[in-house]
Design a protein around this ligand. Structure first.
Ligand SMILES: [Zn+2]
Length: 58
């Protein structure tokens, strides 16, 4: 497992504890359940993730 993934999982656990799990950190919208199922530690919704990837920031 890559260090970046471990970091993301840690962040996801923290967000579960804060009650923020499943909410996009960029736009505050709910991340779709299908996306969370595929990527349980996703911090951003699909739209924000794609936007950042295009900018080379993720
Ligand atoms: Zn978003």
């Amino acid at each position: 497992m890559k260090a970046k993934e471990i970091e993301q999982i840690d962040a996801a656990i923290e967000r579960i504890e804060n009650g923020q799990y499943g909410i996009c950190i960029e736009c505050g919208d709910w991340i779709s359940p299908a996306r969370l199922e595929a990527l349980p530690y996703a911090l951003r919704c699909k739209e924000c993730q794609e936007r950042l990837e295009k900018l080379g920031m993720a």
